[in-house]
Design a protein around this ligand. Sequence first.
Ligand code: F6R
Length: 262
Amino acid sequence: MQVVIAESAQEVAQLGADHICRLIKNKPAAVLGLATGSTPIALYQELISRFQHGILSFSQVRSFNLDEYVGLEPDHPQSYRHFMNHQLFKHININLQNTHLPDGTGDPVLQAERYEAQIREAGGIDLQVLGLGRNGHIGFNEPCSSLGSATRIKTLTPETLRDNSRFFSSDEFQPTLAITMGIGTIHRARKALLLATGKAKAEAVKQMVEGPLSASCPASALQMHPHAVVVVDPEAGALLTHHDYYHRVRAETDLLAMEHYQ
Ligand code: F6R
């Protein structure tokens, strides 16, 4: 696991976009795994800006999102399909037919199986973008999720429901179930890129990176991922113990990359 403590939330977004740019440059038909929530919004703005400046094209890219609420139609304003269309897809040249989210309507068990099969048929995910729940969830894999799980239905914890209630008005139906990629699905992505910002995430970041590998903190499963990169801002990284080491690794990695491209 590579841990990068960026200087600011803005730099987290820029570094995240750098990873995606490099991938698409090397593989224009890359398969991207995407996330919703507050954290990736700055990343998506950065990607939109690079697209608008002609640095990046999504014309051949395919995407699979981590999760979707059960019971919300795709055009529901709180659905993750709606979020992705508005925060990213409609601003870039991705073919909407190449963008996938679990279908929150219909039989969720069948939908979950179908989604897992679609990811396999696409050749697997090249790079999976992840946010981090305050309780250590990735996707909607709540604490105690199987570390080998595939796409399936999950019951959201009261903490997650509370955290996400900010997106719903008081009289609006807030789903308590979601279809989410499993931790096994995330593990099969060739690269995992987790972004975390703000002090509310500091404890979860600490547990994920330096805590024990445990289903109590599902994100700690990234310790087993062969190519996981965690990019945090100073607030989210505040409780990490090995700051100096992470900074040194970053400096040496940058140096190696420079030498490689000279
Ligand atoms: C979103 C997702 C979640 C969020 C997490 C953090 O698709 O799967 O795991 O990444 O809940 O959300 P924010 O970024 O809103 O703090």
